[in-house]
Write a protein that binds this ligand. Structure first.
Ligand code: TNX
Length: 525
């Protein structure tokens, strides 16, 4: 089905909405938002009238909910122009929006919204659950300028389908400022996404300050120029760079945490490491010289797996990353790592021999070497109380014992990993690669990676391949994620252009129960 045929419906909805924003009479709210809540029961009785006199209250002394209440006030102001006061429950009367904890609500990110003539109650068993109730409430409001809003009497009960609801942002290929990343986080919150996977290093740029290795940012964050178009032979001749200091990283982590979003950092290794190699050439098999990437694609030069110094480097970097990021998971990449250097490198071959790594009909000795590296890194990360995630190539030499697999080359890697009883995040490029074109009228679009991924294709994505996994194996699919690779996103504006509205479709895949999904209905919402 093509959503384009629905455009007249959408347009008329916009016209209606704008027209009804006249001062004479209240406008009605609508709980059928994106992602669609599990259960909406409209009740008999008068609606709640939201005006500039409504007060938001939270339980006295509850600092988490005080913070939530302030966020809600900001959201409502953004949508309606009303700046609602925030008070402790004991100090307020009149028409209230009440945030409250209710431990009876079983799902930890679930919520209940109860709207009556006198109050809007947003309840959850955790502040995060209440936060998602707030998101539904804010999205239920029409956008207008200080017009009273009628919220129909109703009860909404809701909770997410998946615990892991992710979105990846690549800042390696193009750098986005702290303010842009915060705005991106705001978009995630709006879509009930709870994890931002932050791809911080790649061939074309190292973007995170590491105190022990200052050259990573002094040298590795700057490329001398950038290829023009899709890997032509022409370059723009302009240096390009940018990185986050550790203070900035902490600031972004805190901003995300206030919105119940966990940031998972990715240090992509042992491939995609040109920026680190340019900074410290001794980490590679040949010793260089290397340069920070100026073209896109996969590079043959990777970290030397036979060199103990390289492994210490990786551990030192990860130790600083782990100190900064409180996330349970640390992403260590593992994708697109050619083995041509390792095949010829005396140190790598010596390691293969010393560790007794043997080729068999499924794996080469060099694939085994990659697995050896990943397993060592996993042991290190586990020793710090954390877990690793890797891209699906890490299946090739055998999985490290505890690793979570992010399946990007289709669903196959995820299916295989689930059968091996490893947690899986489904992120197949055919459904959730937002660097692909959104329409087939490519000549009318800004340059993108290629491909064709319209919003309806995203919407059709089902992360759990029920026909290929047993009920037990299906439990290993912990969630889904979309990825924004930024080779062709030179500005933050372009990031938003590529993200929306596809993130709305993603939100419904991650949150809404599959039996409630309906493309026509989604398009109208
Ligand atoms: C593959 S997905 C990559 C990225 C590219 C992307 C472009 C993955 C783990 N690696 O390095 O940016 O394709 O779509």
């Amino acid at each position: 089905m093509d959503i384009r045929i629905k455009v007249p419906v959408l347009l008329s909805a916009v016209v209606l909405l704008t027209a009804s924003c006249s001062p004479q009479k209240p406008i009605s709210g609508n709980y059928e938002v994106v992602p669609l809540p599990k259960q909406i029961a409209i009740k008999q009785g008068n609606p709640f009238l939201l005006t500039g006199k409504t007060t938001i209250v939270y339980p006295s002394g509850d600092s988490a909910l005080s913070h939530n209440a302030r966020l809600l006030s900001g959201y409502i102001e953004e949508a309606t122009g009303f700046r609602l006061p925030v008070k402790e429950e004991n100090d307020a009367s009149g028409k209230l929006i009440r945030l409250l904890t209710d431990k009876q609500i079983k799902e930890k990110e679930g919520y209940r919204l109860v709207v009556t003539e006198n109050a809007v109650e947003v309840a959850g068993s955790t502040p995060a659950g209440i936060f998602y109730g707030m998101q539904t409430l804010r999205k239920s409001l029409p956008v207008c300028d200080r017009i009273p809003i009628e919220l129909p009497a109703a009860t909404v009960n809701d909770h997410p389908r998946f615990a892991y609801r992710g979105m990846m942002l690549d800042v390696g290929r193009h750098f986005f400022t702290v303010d842009s990343v915060k705005r991106f986080i705001d978009m995630l919150a709006l879509h009930n996404v709870n994890t931002m996977h932050w791809h911080l290093t790649d061939d074309q740029g190292w973007r995170i300050e590491i105190k022990k290795y200052p050259r990573l940012t002094e040298v590795g964050s700057i490329r001398k120029e950038t290829v023009i178009g899709r890997n032509t032979n022409e370059y723009d001749g302009k240096p390009y760079g940018g990185f986050y200091t550790q203070d900035e990283i902490r600031d972004v982590i805190a901003y995300a945490a206030e919105r119940y979003i966990t940031i998972i950092p990715e240090i992509d290794l042992p491939g995609h490491m040109s920026a680190a190699l340019a900074s410290y050439p001794e980490l590679g098999c040949t010793g260089g010289p290397y340069e920070v990437g100026t073209r896109w694609g996969v590079k043959d030069d990777v970290l030397c797996a036979g060199n103990n110094q390289t492994l210490s480097f990786v551990e030192d970097v990860l130790a600083e990353v782990i100190d900064l990021f409180p996330s349970e998971y640390i992403h260590v990449g593992g994708d697109e790592c050619p083995k041509v250097r390792w095949e010829k490198c005396p140190k790598c071959q010596a390691r293969i021999k010393a560790e007794g790594l043997k080729a068999d009909n499924k794996h080469t000795a060099e694939n085994r070497l990659q697995s050896y590296v990943m397993t060592r890194i996993e042991r290190f990360v586990n020793s710090k109380g954390r877990q690793i995630i890797g891209w699906d190539e890490i299946l090739e030499g055998g999985l490290a014992p505890q690793v979570t697999v992010m399946s990007w080359r289709g669903m196959g890697g995820g299916i295989e990993a689930a059968r091996q009883k490893h947690p899986v995040i489904m992120s197949p490029n055919g459904f959730v690669y937002f660097d692909f074109y959104q329409t087939d009228r490519v000549e009318e679009e800004p340059l993108a990676n290629g491909g064709y991924l319209p919003v309806e294709k995203v919407y059709s994505f089902e992360p759990v391949p029920a026909d290929q996994l047993t009920a037990e194996e299906q439990k290993y699919i912990v969630g889904a994620q979309a990825n924004l690779w930024s080779e062709y996103m030179t500005t933050y504006k372009q990031v938003e252009y590529m993200t929306l509205p596809r993130m709305a479709a993603l939100a419904e895949i991650q949150w809404t129960m599959p039996e409630k999904k309906d493309l026509n209905n989604f398009a109208q919402r």
